[in-house]
Each structure stands twice: as C-alpha cells, then as structure tokens.
Design a protein around this ligand. Sequence first.
Ligand code: SAH
Length: 213
Amino acid sequence: MKDTIRHAGKRKHLVDVLIEKGIKNKGVLLAIEKIPRHLFMDSSFEDHAYQDKAFPIAADQTISQPYTVAFQSELLDVKRGDKVLEIGTGSGYQTAVLCELGAKVYSIERQKELFKRTKLFLSKLGYRPKHLSFGDGYKGLTEHAPYNSIIVTAGAPYVPKPLLSQLQINGRLVIPVGEDVQIMTLFIRKSETQFEKHEFGEFRFVPLLENKN
Ligand code: SAH
C-alpha cells in the first residue's frame, strides 16, 4: 500500500485531463487529486491507474473511468454532511470520493467477495463510510432513507421505483439508464409525486443486476 510523489504527479495530470474534459467542481477535482486510485486496482494495472480509463476489478466488475466518477459526482452536487446512497460499491473508489466530499455515505454491493474485500480495504485507507451493505441495490436501503442524493454506478435497464421514493424533496438521483449503452440521467424530486428529469449523454457501465437469490 504505497503512495509516492510519482503517483501524486500522475494524479495532478489526470486532474488536468478532467478539467479539459469539462469537470469544474473544485471538491470533486480535489478528491481525485488526493485519492490513491492505483491502490483500488490490481497491482498489474498500477502503471495505468491514472489514465482516464475503466479497469477490471474482482468478480468481473470494473472500477469506473475517472471522468465518469467526476461527472456523476458533479451531478450529485454533494454538500458536506449530506446523506448519500451509492448503489454498486465495487472497488470503493467512488465511495472514497463521496467521503472526501464530506458526505455520510451508505453503499450497497451485491457481490459478496467485493463487499468483504472493499469494506476491509476502505477502512485500511482510513475512509469511514457510514454503512456498507451487502444486498440488492434495486431495493435501495429503506432503513436509512430518505437521502439527499443517490448515485447508481452500474447500468440500470430501468429506473428502480424504490430509489425515487427514498429521495428527500429536492434530492437528486444520478443513474445511467439503458441496456447496452446508458444515458446518464438526473432526477430531482420536486414534491411527493413530481420529479424533474435531465439527460446528459451516453456512457457505458457494467449492468445493474437483479438479485441472485
Ligand atoms: N463505484 C464502483 C463501480 C463498480 S462497477 C467503483 O468505482 O469501483 C458496478 C458495481 O455495481 C459492481 O461492483 C457490481 O457488482 C455492482 N452491482 C451490480 N448490480 C448491483 C445491484 N443490484 N445491487 C448492488 N450492486 C450491484
């Protein structure tokens, strides 16, 4: 678990790339400059960790591309102290970004292996999400609802109703929707029954899967 000046230099360069691609949120850029992404991936990919690319992690899953993480985080518009629910903990990289933004993070992962491994890893790195849970993100996490925002980090074939209903008024759901290609979509809850919808172009994610059981 080593982080060096060389890694920090590469991170600075990655941040410049993200600024060039249009990311503006200072908190998000600072988080990416600080978090040792190379430690979230298999050491064989270490040399590539600060390229703006997705990489494989355990259980056939991926660590999202930094631009995607930054784009989704910017759309969430996190304020310090916000309660944020993440669907798809995966490597824990997005979780760490949310922690750096000062959110109280709740995160759900459906792959047992990843859940266990990432829980241990995040605590070793010193990140303290409020709650990491093993389960099915389609259902959200009712025990701790409502949330200021919810982020889905896998491609959802449709928008799960429980996620909309677990948002606070003015809360934001950021979710890539679609089968092969996903449209990044932001829902803002305007009232008990009304949601505003905004669409932001195409992304590619691993699929949000229904429960195995
Ligand atoms: N945020 C992660 C992205 C991981 S890829 C990162 O930055 O590394 C998406 C993750 O969503 C995978 O780990 C996958 O196992 C998980 N996932 C897929 N379907 C799910 C579901 N129904 N509930 C919870 N997690 C799910």
